[in-house]
Design a protein around this ligand. Structure first.
Ligand SMILES: O=C(O)CCC(=O)C(=O)O
Ligand SMILES: [Fe+2]
Length: 542
């Protein structure tokens, strides 16, 4: 056990450190105390460090529960630190280009592009695109060996800064893979990467080694999980289950081309107006295409009717097989996550190639780069799910495309941004049109009105941008910071904007019917400090 004075610890009071904040990435700060204790802790419990985070991270006082590199480490060099070996950014970029060319010869790398400049948010600042000094992003599709639980193609990105290769690349896995080394946001665990890099020969280029290291962590997790082989086994099992469904369904597909990244979303299937704007990719072309439905809510024609029809037929076919489907979220009983039935490679192409430029035009910064996408279909029908309660999405930019079939009702009601004074004030009732896509920010409150006739299926793409989630802007809308950036509501809510799942005053305005009763008294909105004048909280039981 470490002596109480902390002399065994790696850092001293005043040292600059980075702390692992889970899916929020790393936050910088300085050590302010050693062997920290809180009064309510059991007698012998201490945390090795208390750390004061920098103002960019809210100046919070946190503690590091363990003195290990996964939890706390020496402050990482900033992306913008210039190389210490006398090179300038242009030289680093040239070296990177040579390395990328070598990657093309690596048999596990199917495609590679970049390096491209990326928008970043260093140390919690706003998102911005640096002019020429990096960081850069390299995008790849890598092939897993067919015998492993990870046999699918993996889309990955490497974020590389000007201190490369001294400062390692951040590896992001965009494809949905269960791995003990891929964090919730898709970033590969830095300490595990360092360990895996240490096992590889130094005679290949640093970029090839990075890819190889990531590959071995994903493919042989048990080799690196000596103390915890269970988590490696569980992850492998989950991958296997997922791939089993994909393989079983592969031989039963109605429209094989819908799964083909080269054919699914092409000039044959994409609405001609959208295709035109996409090919021109100028602000004028996008402006001519986009309809502004309300502030920050836009719509575009996206799919041809043939594509919508084929999509709906494919989903009907999948439902008919009885294969297990993963539901998109707890609010939806009949939708499915389409990445889980084998559509991920084709949807990657829709998302990263076709939708990305539109998002960049509509929401520069947050929409300028997508990391992961979570893509699913929602289904509403009389006798099944009718509509969707008011909510915000766990996405940064959401695309919602109506696939059909025939239906009445089912408007999409928009209110305000989470944490804004008009969060629960109505702003738009959007009417879905088959083939059209509505685009909005994830933090916008919205919900689907009940369907009154027919059946409705919509394809929903939730995109996420890791850099944005590291920025100050994100902490404003982040659910966990409800208590900080959240503004006081200006007035009582509009009835259409009330949520039976989230609101503390739903019962004051509306009756909880049927199954909704279980939510009474469990809401969080508005947070106490953001209550409007005259706010009354509902009684927690009937
Ligand atoms: O039904 C719709 O159109 C909206 C669905 C939605 O907002 C969601 O699934 O997050
Ligand atoms: Fe939503």
């Amino acid at each position: 056990m470490a002596p109480v004075d902390g002399s065994n610890l790696r850092f001293a009071v005043g040292d600059r450190v980075s702390c692992n904040m889970g899916s929020d990435g790393w936050a910088s700060g300085k050590v302010v105390a050693l062997q920290y204790r809180e009064d309510h802790w059991p007698a012998k419990k201490t945390a090795p460090y208390q750390v004061e985070l920098d103002p960019a991270f809210g100046s919070a006082l946190i503690f590091a529960p363990m003195d290990i590199p996964k939890v706390i480490r020496a402050e990482m060099p900033s992306t913008f630190s210039l190389p210490e070996d006398g090179r300038d950014a242009a030289e680093v970029l040239a070296a990177l280009k040579t390395e990328v060319a070598k990657l093309q010869d690596d048999p596990i790398v199917l495609t590679v592009s970049g390096p491209e400049l990326m928008a970043v948010a260093e140390d919690g600042t706003e998102l911005f695109v640096p002019k020429d000094a990096g960081p850069w992003v390299i995008t790849m599709v890598v092939q897993g060996p067919t015998t492993s639980a990870y046999s699918s193609h993996l889309r990955m990105q490497l974020k590389v800064n000007t201190a490369w290769p001294k400062s390692p690349a951040e590896v992001r896995v965009h494809s949905w893979i269960h791995s003990p080394f891929v964090k919730q946001n898709g970033v590969m665990d830095e300490a595990a990467m360092a360990e895996a890099l240490g096992t590889l020969d130094a005679d290949v280029s640093p970029l090839c080694r990075t890819v190889r290291a990531a590959f071995s962590l994903l493919n042989n997790p048990s080799q690196f999980c000596e103390d915890d082989t269970d988590s490696a086994d569980d992850a492998a099992e989950s991958n296997k289950e997922r791939l089993d469904v994909i393989l079983k369904y592969k031989v039963q597909r109605e429209h094989d081309w819908l799964f083909d990244p080269k054919r699914a979303y092409s000039t044959e299937t994409i609405h001609p107006e959208y295709w035109k704007a996409y090919c021109l990719n100028t602000p004028e072309a996008w402006a001519a295409l986009v309809t502004t439905e309300a502030t920050e809510v836009y719509s575009v024609p996206l799919f041809k009717p043939e594509l919508c029809k084929a999509f709906v037929e494919e989903l009907d076919k999948f439902h008919g097989t009885g294969l297990p489907a993963r539901r998109p979220n707890s609010m939806n009983n009949y939708g499915i996550v389409v990445n889980e039935i084998g559509m991920e490679p084709a949807l990657d192409q829709l998302c990263h190639n076709l939708l990305q430029p539109l998002a960049h035009y509509l929401f520069p910064g947050v929409g300028s780069h997508f990391d992961r996408h979570h893509t699913f279909v929602v289904r509403y029908k009389v006798g099944e799910d009718l509509g969707l309660d008011m909510h915000t999405d766990d996405s940064d930019v959401t695309f919602n495309v109506c696939l059909g079939k025939d239906f009445k009702g089912a408007g999409l009601q928009f209110c305000g941004d989470q944490g804004a004074t008009d969060h629960r004030k109505a702003s738009l009732q959007y009417q879905h049109r088959v083939g059209h896509c509505v685009v909005h920010r994830g933090h916008r409150r919205h919900g689907a009105d009940d369907i009154t006739e027919g059946e409705r299926l919509n394809l929903i793409v939730w995109t996420r941008n890791i850099e944005y989630r590291r920025s100050r802007l994100w902490s404003k809308f982040n659910i966990q910071s409800r208590s900080s950036g959240y503004k006081r509501e200006s007035e009582p809510p509009d009835l259409v904007c009330l949520s039976f799942t989230h609101d503390r005053d739903y019962g004051v305005f509306k009756e909880y019917k049927g199954d909704k009763k279980r939510h009474r008294g469990k809401g969080w909105c508005p947070p106490i400090h953001a209550e409007y004048e005259g706010f009354m909280e509902e009684e927690s039981v009937d």
